[in-house]
Design a protein around this ligand. Sequence first.
Ligand SMILES: *Cc1c(COP(=O)(O)O)cnc(C)c1O
Length: 244
Amino acid sequence: MTEIAARYRAVRERINRAAERAGREPDEVTLVAVTKTWPVEVVLAAYEAGLRHFGENRAEELAQKQTAVSAQLGPDSGVVWHQIGTLQSRKTRLAADHADWFHALDRPKIARRLSKRLTENGRFLPVLLEVNVSGEATKSGFLADRWETDSQQQAQLCKLVEEVMALPGLSLCGLMTMAPWQVSEMEIRQVFRRTRELARWLETAVSGLHLPYLSMGMTDDFEIAIEEGATHIRVGRALFGPRV
Ligand SMILES: *Cc1c(COP(=O)(O)O)cnc(C)c1O
């Protein structure tokens, strides 16, 4: 068994146990293998080991690997590419052309640019809104650190959501978040829980909105995320080892 296959098996075990603790089915959780900084050969080895969902945080890197992998494996490989990092305006075209999912929408301008390009190409992109519920200054994402009590923040969130929902070519279908660095397990859990609750609240606040997907959890915290309802976990180091 290759090293990636062994690591993949260990991660699957951890997913199964976390799902079991939470009374969930393991197949409710999509494992997105984060291949950033790793060459195409590593993506192909991961494919060989059975992985199908791949995540990149830079749009150029995603476009380049998506092109190379589809040239190798053909159009029916079942590979799904996730843009997991926020986009700059001038990178929206790359994501619109090459990504199958976008996890890190953080402002309406990006959604408008994606929508324009997607409709030109007749493509469709499921999109998750990245929210910063911890308020940590270094975190990306739309600020939602006081969404439970701050009516202004609630109004801003609803306005953004409504604007994105009105755009053709993309579908807002969930939330994404990142846990703060170096805090207790309790604080991490709180961030994931508040993100899940925010999704439920937004569904009641905005008519016609459905946010079934929650992208949360990385190598160090994906079990907590699964216990708190994650449907997508984004895992790099546990599958591929430390990035060089
Ligand atoms: C790098 C990255 C990950 C994966 O991190 P690991 O700690 O290697 O699992 C997940 N999400 C985003 C947005 C990332 O940039």
